[in-house]
Design a protein around this ligand. Structure first.
Ligand SMILES: Nc1ncnc2c1ncn2[C@@H]1O[C@H](COP(=O)(O)OP(=O)(O)O)[C@@H](O)[C@H]1O
Ligand SMILES: [Mg+2]
Length: 365
């Protein structure tokens, strides 16, 4: 085993025994290892991860958020007679009592109990799987319904502050760093025509119509562990991006990424549409679990969440294109512009079908 990993492992409270640590999964953000400890009784597995300090400049705040959210979830799971080591993540403490270890190179590592008997799948390419994803994240919202989200750190500042994202796009326009401004006039006009929309969700929060909640911010199906036997969602994982936010953010980003009929960087925009059956499937699962915990205005704003998360994402791609592709990795010329275009096409499609989207939410609610 790598000496560096060995040194880090030695600082955690793990069972005695021979250890093995192997790369695990195919996540993008964290380095993930599966640690197996062979004890006299058998073996026990753990998930060991490095928290990316480029994405999260304050990694200890990430851990503090996870501590608070999982502690609260444990209370709720216990009340319902559930299995606290299976239905939420459990941090393994270090020998100094903290729930992480800082390695010699300054990187932060943490360890979770391995949730056995589960698997994760990458693509929710069927309505049934997408509904399952909706259920899992809806349940997460319901369970955290009584949690005071203001306790959490905003570990990525202004992550879904859409007006701030708009402003950053305008800054990129003013700088025109890569000299590409002339070629994106149509896309820019689209964003400017939507400026008023960018305020709707935060205004509703400010006016007290909707509450601040815990948002997961990475609501992909591969962040839900599914029971190997029943196929049902067991545990929502990947809690690094848990932050204070709005329910429309989690709902909206799921729709943005999961209900499009084409890839995020599809060049043939004819192929890019919002799948209404997929939208309905996710909404069905999500509201079946979270519905009772949300107020009427929150439900009504779910389609707006889908539209804003999509617009926001498009604005980020467009801004990065103008900045010279500094944030999102590109694999071809105009890659970020292509991505921005799919997002704006989706927004347009949502607007064309707005009454249907609202109708679906009303029907389910
Ligand atoms: N506690 C756990 N028990 C079992 N498997 C896990 C656990 N945590 C993560 N995994 C597996 O590791 C993969 C990557 O972990 P994740 O926390 O989602 O990192 P990333 O940010 O890289 O997506 C997951 O998709 C899942 O398959
Ligand atoms: Mg993940």
């Amino acid at each position: 085993m790598d000496q560096k990993i060995k040194k880090i492992l030695a600082q955690f409270e793990l069972p005695q025994g021979e250890m093995e640590a192997l790369p695990y999964g195919n996540g993008h953000i964290n380095d993930t290892l599966c640690v197996t400890v062979y004890t006299e009784k058998g073996y026990k597995r753990f998930i060991m991860q490095r928290v990316n300090n480029y994405v999260f400049p304050q990694p200890i705040e990430v851990i503090e958020n996870i501590e608070k959210v999982t502690a609260y979830l444990r209370g709720i799971i216990r009340e319902n007679g559930g299995d606290i080591e299976r239905e939420t993540l459990t941090l393994v403490p270090a020998k100094d009592g903290k729930n992480y270890v800082i390695a010699e190179d300054g990187q932060l590592w943490r360890i979770y109990l391995f949730v056995e008997g589960t698997r994760s799948v990458d693509l929710p390419d069927t309505e049934a799987l997408f509904e399952l994803s909706g259920r899992a994240f809806g349940k997460f919202q319901r369970q955290l319904g009584g949690f005071d989200a203001a306790q959490l750190h905003e570990t990525i500042v202004d992550f879904h502050n859409t007006p701030a994202r708009y402003q950053r796009l305008m800054d990129a326009v003013a700088r025109n760093e890569a000299g590409r401004l002339d070629s994106v006039q149509e896309e820019l006009a689209f964003c400017m025509a939507h400026e008023a929309d960018t305020h709707v969700l935060l205004d509703a929060l400010k006016d007290g119509e909707i509450p601040l909640r815990v948002t997961h911010n990475d609501t992909k199906l591969n962040n839900v562990l599914l029971d190997m036997q029943s196929g049902e969602g067991v545990c929502v994982i990947d809690l690094d991006t848990v932050m204070p936010g709005l329910v429309a953010y989690d709902f909206g980003d799921s729709i943005r990424s999961g209900a499009s009929t084409a890839a995020e960087d599809e060049r043939d925009l004819e192929k890019v549409q919002l799948s209404l059956p997929m939208f309905e499937a996710f909404a069905r699962g999500f509201l079946a679990e979270a519905g009772a915990a949300l107020n009427a205005r929150e439900k009504e704003l779910l389609p707006m969440g889908a539209k804003m998360m999509t617009l926001e994402c498009g604005m980020r791609f467009l801004a990065d294109h103008l900045n010279g592709d500094k944030y999102f990795r590109v694999h071809r010329e105009n890659h970020n512009l292509d991505r921005a275009r799919t997002q704006f096409t989706l927004v347009r499609h949502m607007e064309e079908h707005w009454d249907e989207l609202m109708g679906i939410i009303h029907k389910i609610s």
